[in-house]
Design a protein around this ligand. Structure first.
Ligand code: G1P
Length: 286
């Protein structure tokens, strides 16, 4: 079955970026001139996704406003002849069919995804974490969808991380089946460095079969006392294959201070109007 639905969990508290995220969602922090979430929705759309469910939570209303129409602003831009910006503003509301549901309490990624059950129904679906921007050509989610079409089952994106960082991620035990594609034999959420099965880490992009909901309901709290998607994937290995794709591209964790700053610099360097000026400035810093 074709993957045409995506779920974007964006309910996390953003504690690593406090106080900036006290009164605004981390997914709405600007990266150059667009909120981080805009890039994530763009990736979904460019991967062929038609319907998107964003899982929000308390204090995340700015997300809903962002993808909604804003007639007063549009009129103002029209009157003042700012047609370029007007077109850009209108495009945001037309990107995809976006639906919302609020997670009632921050009980983890797995719990957030359970809110998507009725939206997803019985179709395979994509999950894109709202605080990971991934730039690649073709888009990462598109490649994962193709691998799902080839192998069936669940598919995730992975990237090599420094060994000392494995305890920040879901880590896989891989068996390479062709260059950059693995069959996953085991997966562990945030293992200790000495217990990690490899240094290949899950990177916020998944294609899941609807069977995952059964497992999410059955597993109890895991790492940090939260319902972990990684734990449900682990249990699903009993009857569903899991393949991993080694990301070719750049990934920015904008929920992290350093990741957020790097994202702004590198994405600004990709803009013609900013590149030369920024490079000159960066070179001038002592
Ligand atoms: C989540 C997942 C983890 C994954 C990571 C990628 O963790 O639980 O398996 O590796 O995203 O960004 P979080 O960053 O929410 O702690």
């Amino acid at each position: 079955m074709r993957v045409r639905k995506a779920v974007i969990p964006a309910a996390g508290l953003g504690t690593r970026l406090l106080p900036a995220t006290k009164a605004q969602p981390k997914e709405m922090l600007p990266v150059v001139d667009k909120p981080a979430l805009h890039y994530v929705v763009e990736e979904a759309v460019e991967s062929g996704i038609e319907d998107i469910l964003i899982i929000t939570g308390r204090g995340k209303r700015a997300i809903v406003d962002y993808f909604d129409a804003y007639p007063e602003l549009e009129e103002h831009l029209e009157r003042s002849g700012k047609y370029d910006v007007l077109e850009e503003i209108r495009k945001i509301t037309e990107m995809a069919n976006i639906f919302y549901v609020r997670q009632k309490a921050p009980r983890g990624l797995g719990d957030a995804i359970l809110y998507a059950k009725r939206f997803v129904d019985d179709e395979p679906f994509a999950v894109l974490l709202g605080d990971d921007i991934i730039l690649s050509n073709p888009p990462c989610t598109k490649t994962l969808i193709e691998l799902h079409e080839e192998f069936g089952g669940n598919v995730i994106a992975v990237e090599e991380v420094e060994v000392e960082d494995v305890s920040r991620y879901g880590i896989v035990k891989p068996e390479e089946i062709r260059e950059g594609v693995y069959r996953v034999l085991d997966i562990v959420e945030k293992p200790r460095v000495d217990e990690a099965p490899s240094n290949l880490a899950t990177m916020g992009r998944y294609i899941l079969t609807p069977k995952i909901f059964d497992y999410l309901k059955k597993i109890g709290p895991g790492y940090g006392g939260e319902i972990q998607l990684t734990d449900a994937l682990r249990v699903s290995l009993r009857d569903t294959t899991l393949h991993a794709y080694r990301l070719r591209g750049r990934r920015y964790d904008i929920g992290d201070k350093f990741g957020y700053i790097i994202a702004n610099i590198e994405l600004a360097l990709m803009r013609d109007e900013l590149r030369d000026k920024l490079l000159e400035y960066l070179r001038s810093i002592k």
